[in-house]
Unconditional design. Structure first.
Length: 328
């Protein structure tokens, strides 16, 4: 295998998804070879269509709940449906993807003696009783609710990563991702940013659950990827977990009103009952990322929303979607 500092052959699971496809772009721009593995349950070939002819890119249709036999220098494990609509569609499979998928990827990393990244989530904090949420907070999670397949699956994946690190000396990096948005989000994923933008572009009623006073923090995809790459470049002894997200906090109603204004939509707000176990507050404490990675997000919500609106506007109109240019 190659020296870690040199050009690498890199496996990205979930590489045809929203975050995974942007990560593939970044890694290719940095000169690496990329093997993208995805079962296309929520990922889309549209997200990687511009890469299929690239000489250093390879696509494998594969479900990581089954072992993968491959030779690589580095693994990024991003495979798992991340929106409630998608992960609740087949909750058993969601748990298998997090748990069996982690076991398979960790086993591969152990055999290859290579560094492995885990895309964890702020959902490990559940409906938090500590605000903002630092990495030291253990969370407030319902283990038997409709969101548990994702929340507890990701918590178990973190356990497996740290046990492989302690038991086998595996070189791991764990990121806890807070709400992230940007081009290539699935238009029907049920997440709040994509929901609001699609509804506003169609001049449909914008659905708000509860009174819209629950808060979220929204990180633009380019900022998040900067954090990913900085975390993966840290020395072997630094494992994380590290919160990666934007500490700017907005109510859901504020987000809806901002999207309507930016789109110039005629949409009206409609209020629906709050789903079970929906967190009332979500905001990252990014002190560790600032100190250990010298990272903090730089793209404000309005700028990020404009870019995301342009993507969905082109997608819904059937126009060609320009490929974003990422800095390596």
């Amino acid at each position: 295998m190659r020296n870690y500092e040199s050009t690498k052959r890199i496996l990205v699971t979930g590489g045809a998804g929203f975050l995974g496809s942007h990560l593939c772009d970044r890694l290719l721009a940095a000169g690496h070879e990329v093997v993208c593995a995805d079962n296309l349950f929520t990922g889309s070939k549209r997200n990687i269509a511009h890469l299929l002819a690239h000489p250093r890119f390879e696509f494998l249709r594969h479900d990581i709940t089954f072992p993968l036999f491959i030779e690589v220098d580095e693994i990024w494990n991003l495979a798992c449906p991340a929106s409630p609509i998608h992960y609740q569609h087949d909750p058993v499979q969601t748990t298998k993807t997090s748990v069996h998928g982690a076991i398979n990827m960790l086993g591969l990393a152990k055999r290859l003696d290579c560094r492995i990244f885990q895309a964890s989530t702020s959902e490990v904090y559940g409906d938090p009783q500590v605000h903002p949420q630092p990495e030291s907070y253990w969370g407030h999670v319902n283990s038997i609710g409709p969101r548990s397949c994702y929340d507890e699956g990701k918590r178990c994946a973190e356990t497996l990563f740290f046990d492989y690190h302690r038991q086998h000396g595996l070189d791991i990096k764990v990121a806890r991702i807070f709400n992230t948005y940007g081009p290539r989000m699935h238009p029907n994923d049920g997440r709040v940013v994509s929901n609001f933008i699609v509804q506003a572009l169609k001049n449909e009623a914008i659905t708000i659950y509860g009174e819209g006073q629950q808060t979220r923090s929204f990180c633009y995809v380019d900022d998040l990827l900067d954090g990913f790459l900085k975390l993966m470049a840290t020395p072997k002894g630094f494992t994380g977990p590290v919160n990666l997200g934007n500490p700017g906090e907005f109510t859901i109603r504020e987000l809806a009103e901002k999207v309507i204004a930016l789109v110039g939509s005629r949409s009206q707000l409609v209020f629906m009952p709050l789903p079970a176990d929906d967190p009332t507050q979500r905001k990252p404490d990014i002190s560790r990322a600032r100190e250990a990675l010298d990272w903090s997000p730089g793209i404000d919500l309005e700028t990020g929303l404009r870019s995301t609106i342009s993507y969905f506007d082109a997608l819904l109109a059937g126009r060609e979607i320009p490929t974003p240019v990422h800095a390596p």
